[in-house]
Write a protein that binds this ligand. Structure first.
Ligand code: COA
Length: 237
């Protein structure tokens, strides 16, 4: 499968729509991944991990011209998986509810986040605690009926950036700012107090399925974003 340097491929996966039961995907996993899947207490979490990791292997196999089982991962300090063998191919994975979202590109660190949009008892309190002051101010300037969507758009923008740099929640969420208002295109505004550093990143929100918010962040100027539907008929190798 061809992925041009100026492209991002995003693969939304409807975990419940795949004809293959999770057990058919399990044979693609390494022994360590199978053991991890087994440790999930809830069947839904086990299936979500099994399918998304197997599809990740299948797609990496397509891009690299390799068998899915031969792909080897290494992990950053905060757990970000990357390819063990040197390659320009970068990827990231997110899952929420019955969806997973996989992102691939060449040479740009990339992060992706998907969240099921849901009612939160303490949405404003969470925003006050985790968003930076300007984001919180923007959220509170919206009418209550617009806040839930804006909250999740903002959350996915922030988490996709954190996942791109690989530091996870060890990065203080209030130390960088993203746009939040519905009329503002997705953008990192500043990182620390540095707008130039933020300008080195691109952010997009993506409509992947009703009831979900999703965003992708990557280093460098905008690339051509392609959303591709994953089908279980895609040959494994
Ligand atoms: C990474 C993190 C932000 C994911 O949050 P989440 O909303 O629960 O999960 P998502 O579904 O969006 O993403 C999970 C996927 O991101 C990837 N991932 C894991 N750690 C990651 C990291 N540090 N950066 C980027 N991606 C990461 C994995 O592919 C994972 O999928 P998997 O569970 O199928 O392996 C969160 O788990 C985190 O902050 N982890 C860091 C933990 C940490 O700091 N540990 C330090 C130990 S000293």
């Amino acid at each position: 499968m061809t992925l041009l340097p100026a492209e991002i491929h995003l693969w939304p996966i409807h975990l419940n729509h795949l004809d293959n039961p999770a057990s058919e995907f399990a044979c693609v996993l390494s022994a360590a991944e199978a053991a991890r899947a087994f440790r999930y207490r809830f069947i839904g979490d086990r299936q979500s991990f099994t399918i998304s990791r197997a599809v990740l292997r299948i797609l990496l196999g397509k891009y690299l011209g390799a068998k899915p089982q031969t792909i080897q991962f290494c992990y950053g300090q905060a757990g970000k998986p990357r390819l063990k063998n040197p390659s320009t191919l970068c990827f990231n994975v997110s899952h929420s509810g019955s969806m997973a979202l996989l992102a691939f590109t060449h040479t740009s660190e990339i992060g992706v986040d998907i969240e099921q949009v849901r009612a939160l008892d303490n949405l404003c309190g969470i925003a006050e605690q985790f968003f930076c002051a300007e984001e919180y101010r923007d959220l509170m300037s919206l009418s209550p009926d617009l806040r839930e969507r804006a909250f999740f758009q903002c959350w996915t923008r922030k988490e996709s950036y954190m996942k791109a740099i690989g530091e996870g929640f060890s990065t203080p969420l209030d130390q960088f700012r993203v746009t939040l208002l519905p009329e503002d295109p997705a953008r990192l505004v500043h990182i620390g107090n540095d707008p130039d550093k933020a300008a080195g990143w691109t952010l997009h929100n993506v409509d992947v399925a009703p009831g979900y918010a999703a965003a992708v962040a990557y280093a460098g100027p905008p690339k051509n974003l392609q959303v591709i539907t994953y089908s279980a008929d895609l040959p494994r190798d």
